[in-house]
Design a protein around this ligand. Structure first.
Ligand code: G4P
Length: 534
């Protein structure tokens, strides 16, 4: 880059940061996340034809085809980043695993985004995973836009859906586009934000026709017919009566979710979503560290690792640590301070990600995600700075849903196993608890698949074999109390179920919901937390 006078440099930097939109698209499986991502890439010129990326197949192309297990199972395990320019904006989409068993990965990825698009299936409405994802967004007041997908199919009544979204996701909603009927009778959407009518033509590639119509004239009837014109006018009247005008500040505060309707598969309503998104969505926001709030415009580089992926190249056991740049500018080959290790390091080959490839990056600005080659130096949550002692706060771990004892299956490989478990836990693949009664290691996961991934990776990357033994547990609860005597009494009585997490915190492993609720009743001063940060 050319040398710029400080005041020009500052302006240049602020422009760079202001044009960035770093976000994730999340959904309950099958709602249409992949289809929507694909259409966004199409608009970004990253792929030439629709259908190139389909139903999680995006991750079967070179960029993210990183783990053998992925190939075997056709399930995307890793998270990647898709970057492209759209008009004056730089878009960074953080792709999240399609499979529910890797939900924890998705939650962690949400720590690195500035906003989120949630995709909802119009027929199914709010589903289990949608609730959990929204809970995570609420924890950080992440601004959320909702895209109601599959309008070309019969679905729920849009007003009922809005009520459902508001009630179940515990957020105010405001439609910014409105569907004209659905399924076979689907005519299109009225773009409330731009006040334009968008007529539906089922097509995966053609960008649909937009017509400017004064909805109070007969022109509307000519386009969509008498009955639907009347219905649309009534609906719009009801909307403006019931929902206050869209308030961007409320959206940015995470209190109001604008809602769009469309069909990702047919590429319908997607450009409207994207155009409105780049306009209203936040540019990189301040990030909270334990010590202070860090502003993206600060000149000095800071960043944190939110995700570590395994084995991009199966021949070398190297991982990539995904680092979100929180402030300033990251430059290749520049010494940065790794706070946890209290060491300065330089990175000679950081990478950035395009839809189908990755390339070496020389510089990155706040809001960007860079991939740092990692041979065991990083742990989720690690902070990099230009020397300041900062600790960015990660996302708390949720209580796992499944638990198993992990045992060594090859006595000659004890060391390899210990190292493997340690590194996999650093990557955040699962959670490790050590039972205080018998010293056995318990692995907790969100889904069955993670046990298989761990076993596979221990063998392939660490040459260690493990086997699993059942342990019947219901939840992990991080416990605390102001009444030390009661806490000690509790731990004594429950000694068989007490464990330590990797940070040495006390965790009660309840074996059933009944036992847990009894414990909560009997030990009134003990607080039982289902996440590791409280
Ligand atoms: P996901 O990433 O959220 O899991 O969803 P994905 O986009 O893979 O979509 C899940 C299924 O829903 C796919 O069908 C996809 O074609 C379909 N779909 C997505 N958007 C729409 C839409 O707007 N309208 C309709 N009618 N269907 C939609 P599939 O049969 O599972 O896969 P495929 O054979 O179509 O690839």
């Amino acid at each position: 880059m050319l040398f710029l006078q400080p005041q020009f440099y500052r302006r240049f930097m602020n422009n760079e940061i202001a044009r960035r939109r770093t976000f994730a698209i999340v959904a309950h499986p099958d709602a249409g996340k992949t289809s929507l991502t694909e259409k966004l890439l199409l608009f970004g010129g990253q792929i030439q034809v629709a259908g190139a990326v389909k139903s999680n197949k995006i991750r079967k192309t070179a960029t993210s085809d990183w783990m053998d297990i992925e190939k075997q199972r056709g399930i995307s395990v890793t998270t990647s980043v898709l970057e492209f320019d759209y008009h004056d904006y730089k878009i960074n989409i953080l792709d999240t695993p399609g499979h529910q068993d890797f939900a924890e990965d998705t939650y962690r990825t949400l720590t690195a985004v500035d906003s989120v698009i949630i995709v909802i299936d119009a027929a199914k409405g709010v589903e289990a995973q949608t609730l959990k994802l929204m809970e995570v967004c609420r924890m950080r007041n992440t601004p959320v836009i909702i895209f109601v997908n599959k309008m070309d199919r019969e679905g729920k009544d849009p007003f009922d859906l809005l009520d459902e979204l508001e009630e179940q996701l515990e957020i105010s909603v405001r439609p910014l586009s409105w569907p004209i009927d659905m399924g076979q009778r689907f005519k299109g959407v009225y773009n409330i934000y731009e006040q334009k009518l968008n007529l539906f033509q089922p097509s995966k590639q053609v960008v649909t026709e937009k017509v400017e119509v004064d909805i109070n004239t007969q022109e509307l009837e000519q386009h969509i017919g008498d009955k639907q014109a009347e219905q649309l006018r009534n609906d719009l009247e009801l909307i403006s009566g019931v929902y206050p005008a869209f308030d961007r500040e409320q959206y940015l505060a995470g209190k109001l979710a604008p809602v769009f309707f469309g069909s990702a598969l047919n590429n319908f309503g997607v450009q409207e979503l994207l155009d409105c998104f780049v306009e209203i969505a936040p540019c990189p926001r301040p990030v909270l560290a334990t010590e202070r709030e860090v502003n993206p415009e600060e000149p000095k580089f800071t960043g944190f690792v939110f995700k570590i992926t395994a084995n991009i190249d199966p021949n070398h056991r190297s991982c990539i640590a995904f680092c979100k740049v929180c402030s300033g500018k990251f430059e290749r080959n520049t010494p940065y301070y790794h706070v946890r290790h209290d060491k300065t390091m330089r990175f000679t080959s950081p990478v950035q990600f395009m839809a189908q490839r990755k390339s070496t990056v020389d510089e990155a600005w706040a809001g960007d995600i860079i991939g740092l080659p990692d041979n065991g130096i990083f742990k989720i949550g690690d902070t990099l700075t230009e020397g300041e002692h900062l600790h960015f706060r990660g996302l708390p771990s949720f209580s796992p849903e499944m638990f198993k004892y992990i045992e060594n299956a090859d006595p000659m490989k004890q060391k390899q196993l210990a190292k493997g478990i340690d590194q996999l836990m650093d990557e955040g693949v699962a959670q490790l608890f050590v039972n205080q009664f018998n010293g056995r290691k318990i692995i907790g996961t969100v889904g069955q698949l993670q046990f298989e991934v761990i076993q596979y990776r221990l063998l392939n990357e660490y040459n260690a074999s493990c086997c699993w033994e059942p342990v019947h547990l219901y939840k992990a609860c991080w416990i605390e109390s102001d009444d030390e005597a009661e806490l000690q009494d509790f731990m004594k009585r429950k000694y068989q179920y007490m464990a330590k997490d990797r940070e040495g915190r006390d965790v009660y492993l309840a074996d059933s919901s009944y036992v847990l609720s009894m414990a909560q009743q009997d030990f009134k001063h003990i607080r039982f937390h289902f996440t590791s940060e409280f």
